[in-house]
Design a protein around this ligand. Sequence first.
Ligand code: ATP
Length: 308
Amino acid sequence: MQPIVSISNLSKTYASGFQALKAIDLDIVSGEIFALLGPNGAGKTTLISIVCGLVTASDGTVTAGGHDIVRDYRAARSLIGLVPQELTTDAFETVWATVNLSRGLFGKRKDHTLVEKLLKQLSLWDKKDQKIVTLSGGMKRRLMIAKALAHEPRILFLDEPTAGVDVELRRDMWDLVRGLRDDGVTVILTTHYIEEAEEMADRIGVINNGELILVEDKNELMRKLGRKALTLHLHEPLDAVPEGLGTYALELSGDGTELTYTYDTQGERTGITALLTDLSAANIRFRDLHTEQSSLEEIFVNLVSDSR
Ligand SMILES: Nc1ncnc2c1ncn2[C@@H]1O[C@H](COP(=O)(O)OP(=O)(O)OP(=O)(O)O)[C@@H](O)[C@H]1O
């Protein structure tokens, strides 16, 4: 299937001489939620600003829906909605006027039914006659989404959609984004919250120092790079890991009542069967056990520190 956004050899050097992006190649699949994950200053905003035509690239090409974003700017841009980090609209405009205006800016004919539907969907309908300056932070965020969707884009970029919002609103945002995906909108979001990428994304791209260091299916990423820990809850506490078990990566905790074994899920052998046999031979009995997979956070921290 043809990608809905195709980024090829994209580089950006700002006038200051700072290179914010280094030869990025990335294809976005239609209908996915793609999370671009990276620390502050990694180049996330620069990347989406280029795709949305707000910043010019120093090198490389981008197409959206098959249209080159420079040569065929209008056609490409009309497919794209952008929710920036900060609201840039006139604060004394009403909600209703500003969303309708956003649609008009793309040369689309008025459609009050669509705007009404959007405002209802975003729980802003009862605020439609209020001036933006009177809205709460969460309402402003939702308004930015309504504005970005007013011209019915097929691709939505969300730049740090939940930075600085409370947990409840974050969950609302996530539900909303999933709903958009269900409606067929392709969503690309930037975030430095690993939890957000873990929760939301179908695929994850990790960007650091202007380089895309990894692009991977989320589940695959967690499976491939994740390690697992098996914790055995012992009947009798141990003072130390018995000598005969010294070859295993074992750690004793919980006042000697928990024995944790860490293993690689992708390894040829996990070593679990041998460990359990040896435990039994050493007469160590357990009453319960559980396993835990390493989180995306641990994977991310390892990746970023490796690429420095
Ligand atoms: N107009 C500019 N001129 C010079 N350097 C810039 C300009 N805009 C951004 N940069 C630099 O480019 C780098 C990438 O910035 P960018 O805003 O793309 O990062 P980001 O990943 O979005 O970060 P954050 O998570 O903090 O929003 C940063 O080092 C930033 O200082």
